[in-house]
Ligand binder design. Structure first.
Ligand code: UT7
Length: 333
């Protein structure tokens, strides 16, 4: 048993909530849109279907639903929240940030609110930042959200990317804890030399929206899939080991690994190298595809909701993404 006085102040997860788009896009649907097949998509990615938002919905809508569910799960309300951190690569607009919109929607009047952009690693980056508001003693309740609607920036004529992505949001409520629960360690990293491998070229200050950018599909995701794949397997392994080492745990101490849900082959290759049994790795990409910043937190919340993990369990979160970035965290629930 962990002795109360010896445990440092940590950011503990008091509530979890998640939401995905209401429209289902199956591999059979994609077969009618581009030159692909259910067999190719299943064998190369493990994805069977994804959930997309409606045309009139945006990232803040999913983020708000996930946040309200997490607050209810924690027995708290919007007015209790001190800080809102939203990780996203698909904000409702370039500014104001999506966290501001969520703040209004949930009535978090006293909260500070801002976004974090770190590709698909974004949720773990936001978790790290959010937990520091608690361990510093400056805040009591922090809402961390990972939310993306990649369908809004996906080119449904590009078969190498449109098969991969789905829309979702997940949220956790963090509160201070001294009983051994909470975020035990985080590892964040970045290698900007890989910035070109996964990007949305236009719409920023380098290439503002023009007729040229629209006609040349520069407002859609561009990706060098093989380069990202090679990077992903190595970094998932390295970042997992670093997060375990940072808190003195081994893979055997972990109840479940929650990896970024990009591609089953990536998850499987990393799992084998880490020598972790398949039943200890959460996979939901078959139903949701890659939801970018939402991927890890939705998988964590779903694993908890389905009873696969519960109070006292140690989990390992690990992700990679555009940047190129990577991030990992060990958390005791
Ligand atoms: O959050 C981070 C996001 N990104 C990632 O995690 C992406 C990581 N990369 C991947 O998941 C994989 O690289 C992909 C799933 C994107 C592609 O799989 P791959 O095994 O690396 O395929 P490839 O790019 O090497 O393409 C092999 C072949 C090519 O045809 P040729 O040149 O050999 O004739 C492609 O044109 O497969 C073709 N292809 C397809 N065929 C049917 C590419 N996309 C498709 C498709 N359906 N959807």
């Amino acid at each position: 048993m962990i002795e109360f006085r010896k445990s440092p102040l940590r950011a503990a997860i008091a509530g979890l909530g998640w939401s995905v788009g209401s429209r289902v896009l199956t591999n059979a649907d994609l077969e009618k849109m581009v030159d692909t097949s259910d067999q190719w998509i299943t064998e190369r990615t493990g994805i069977k279907e994804r959930r997309l938002v409606r045309d009139d919905e945006a990232t803040s809508d999913l983020a708000t639903e996930a946040a309200l569910k997490a607050l209810e799960d924690a027995g708290l309300q919007g007015r209790d929240v001190d800080v809102i951190v939203v990780a996203t690569v698909t904000p409702d607009m370039l500014f104001p940030c999506t966290a501001n919109i969520v703040q209004k929607n949930i009535g978090a009047k006293k909260a500070a609110a801002f976004d974090v952009l770190a590709g698909c690693s974004g949720f773990i980056y936001a978790l790290d930042i959010g937990s520091r508001f608690l361990t510093s003693g400056s805040s009591e309740v922090v809402l961390v959200i990972g939310a993306d609607t990649l369908s809004k920036i996906t080119n449904y004529k590009d078969r190498s990317t449109c098969i991969l992505f789905g829309d979702g949001a997940g949220s956790c409520v963090l509160v201070p804890s001294s009983d051994g629960r909470g975020v035990l360690a985080t590892v964040l990293g970045s290698d900007g030399s890989g910035a070109d491998y996964l990007k949305l070229p236009a719409g920023g200050s380098r290439l503002p929206a023009t007729e040229y950018t629209v006609h040349n599909d520069l407002h859609y995701i561009q990706m060098d899939g093989q380069k990202v794949f090679e990077f992903a397997v190595k970094i998932l392994v390295d970042a997992s080991i670093s997060a375990l080492d940072a808190c003195g745990l081994t893979a055997d101490d972990i109840s479940m690994v929650i990896p970024h849900q990009a591609n089953l082959r990536i998850v499987e290759a990393a799992r084998r190298r880490l020598n972790i049994p398949p039943e200890k790795v959460m996979v939901n990409l078959d139903r949701y595809g890659n939801m970018s910043s939402a991927s890890v937190i939705v998988a964590l919340a779903e694993a908890r909701d389905s009873g696969r993990i519960g109070p006292g369990d140690a989990v390992l979160l690990v992700a990679f993404g555009a940047g190129l970035t990577w991030a990992s965290a060990t958390v005791r629930l």
